[in-house]
Design a protein around this ligand. Structure first.
Ligand code: NAD
Ligand code: TYD
Length: 357
C-alpha cells in the first residue's frame, strides 16, 4: 500500500512525510517541484528509506502524475503542494494561480481518471485529501465568532483567493464526479523546517543574526497558531475517518496578536541563547503594513474534535519552546535555505517598508 503526497519537501508536507514514515508501514510517493520553498534537506533523515520515493516534478504535469498513479497505485493522495506566502502573492500572483488553481485542477483530473478505473473495493477506499487554509474565510472583527466550516468564503489576498478557487474545484469534483474527497482548512502553522520568510522563523533567524525584527503595521493582527505536528495528526485523522465531501477546520485554540508572538520568541531566545547586547526585543521594528492585511483569523475546531476526536497535543507554550530550540540546534538547515534567492526575496519584500515611527 502507498499514498501519494504532493509538496512533501515543503514545511508542512515535509513534516507530514517524516511522521508518516515513522508511524506507518506504507510507502509514501513524494511529488515536489522543489521550488524555493522545497528542500530535500528536510527529508535527510529518511534518505535511502525504502518507504520514501521522492519524485522531482510539477503537479501541473499531467503525464507525470498519470504515470505515478499507474506505477504506484496509491490508495490516497494528500495534496499539500502550493505557493503559500501571502507577501509573495502580492508581488507575483501568477505563480499562485498556476500552481494552486491549475495544479489542483490537473491533479483532480488525474485522480479522477485513475480512480474511475479502480476495482470497486479500491474505489470505495480511495481518498483525495486537499490541504487548505483558514485564510479563504477572510478577516474577522474583534468580537466575531471564529471561522466555522459554514462560514462564507471571502478571500482577500491573491494567495487566499487561489486557495479558495482550489477548494471550490475539490468540492465540485466530489459533487459532480463523486471523487471521494476531504478538505481541511487550517490556521497558521509553526514548527521545525519552516522556511524563514514566514513570521516565526523569520523572527528567530533575524534575531540570532542581530537584524531588525519587522512587525507589519501596529502588530495587533491576530492569528490562531498550531504546531505543525498537530496539523499532521489532524490530516491523518481525516484520512482515516473523515466523511466524504466534508470540510474540517483545524486550529490550535490559540489566538495571539503578532507582537505578542514576536515578544514571546524574543523572551525564549533571551533564555536559551542570550545576547551580550541585551534582550532581542531591542531589535523589534515596526514597518509599513502589508496591503490588504487581514486583521484576525480564528478557527472553531469543534467539528473535527466531535467527529474524529482530534485535539492539538501541544499548547503554544510547549510548541514554541520546541520550535525555538529546533532552530538553535539546526543552524546548518537554516544556513542552507538562506541562499542567494532567499536574500533577493528579503531585499525585495522589505526594501519599501520604511520604519514606522
Ligand atoms: P511551503 O511553501 O513550505 O511548501 C510548498 C511545497 O510545494 C514546496 O516543497 C514546493 O516545492 C512545492 N510546490 C510548489 N509548487 C509546486 C508544483 N507546481 N508542483 C509540485 N510541487 C510544488 O508550504 P507549506 O507552508 O508547507 O503549506 C503546505 C500546504 O498547506 C499549502 O497548500 C498551504 O496552502 C497549506 N496551509 C499552510 C499553512 C501554513 O501556516 N503554512 C496553514 C494552512 C494551510
Ligand atoms: P505569515 O507568517 O506570512 O503568515 P500569514 O500571512 O499567512 O498569516 O505572517 C503571519 C503574520 O505576521 C501576518 O499577520 C503578517 C505578519 N508579519 C509581520 O508582521 N512581519 C513579517 O516580516 C512577516 C513575514 C509577517
Amino acid at each position: 500500500m502507498s499514498i501519494l503526497v504532493t509538496g512533501g519537501a515543503g514545511f508542512i508536507g515535509g513534516n507530514f512525510v517524516l511522521d508518516w514514515v515513522e508511524q506507518s508501514d506504507e510507502t509514501v510517493i513524494n511529488l515536489d517541484k522543489l521550488t524555493y520553498a522545497g528542500n530535500l534537506q528536510t527529508l535527510a533523515s529518511i534518505k535511502g528509506s525504502a518507504q520514501h520515493v521522492f519524485v522531482e516534478g510539477d503537479i501541473c504535469d499531467r503525464g507525470l502524475v498519470d504515470a505515478l498513479l499507474a506505477t504506484h497505485k496509491p490508495r490516497a493522495i494528500v495534496h499539500f503542494a502550493a505557493e503559500s506566502h501571502v507577501d509573495r502573492s502580492i508581488h507575483g500572483p501568477g505563480e499562485f494561480v498556476r500552481t494552486n488553481v491549475e495544479g489542483t485542477f490537473a491533479l483532480l483530473e488525474a485522480a479522477r481518471a485513475y480512480w474511475s478505473e479502480l476495482k470497486d473495493d479500491e474505489k470505495a477506499a480511495f481518498r483525495f485529501h486537499h490541504v487548505s487554509t483558514d485564510e479563504v474565510y477572510g478577516s474577522l472583527g474583534p468580537q466575531d465568532p471564529p471561522f466555522a466550516e459554514t462560514n462564507p468564503y471571502e478571500p482577500n489576498s491573491p494567495y487566499s483567493a487561489s486557495k479558495a478557487a482550489s477548494d471550490h474545484l475539490v468540492r465540485a469534483w466530489h459533487h459532480t464526479y463523486g471523487l471521494p474527497v476531504t478538505t481541511s482548512n487550517c490556521s497558521n502553522n509553526y514548527g521545525p523546517f519552516h522556511f524563514p520568510e514566514k513570521l516565526i522563523p523569520l523572527i528567530i533567524t533575524n534575531a540570532l543574526a542581530g537584524k531588525p525584527l519587522p512587525v507589519y503595521g501596529d502588530g495587533q493582527q491576530v492569528r490562531d497558531w498550531l504546531y505543525v505536528k498537530d496539523h499532521c495528526s489532524a490530516i491523518r485523522a481525516i484520512l482515516a475517518g473523515g466523511r466524504l465531501g466534508e470540510v474540517y477546520n483545524v486550529g490550535g485554540w490559540n489566538e495571539k496578536p503578532n507582537i505578542e508572538i514576536v515578544k514571546t520568541v524574543c523572551a525564549l531566545l533571551d533564555e536559551l541563547a542570550p545576547s551580550a547586547e541585551g534582550s532581542y526585543s531591542r531589535l523589534i521594528t515596526y514597518v509599513t503594513d502589508r496591503p490588504g492585511h487581514d486583521r484576525r483569523y480564528a478557527i472553531d475546531a469543534r467539528k473535527i474534535e466531535r467527529e474524529l476526536g482530534w485535539r492539538p497535543a501541544e499548547t503554544f507554550e510547549t510548541g514554541i519552546r520546541k520550535t525555538v530550540a529546533w532552530y538553535l540546534e539546526n543552524t546548518e538547515w537554516v544556513r542552507n535555505v538562506q541562499s542567494g534567492a532567499y536574500r533577493d526575496w528579503v531585499a525585495k519584500n522589505y526594501a519599501d517598508r520604511a520604519e514606522a515611527k
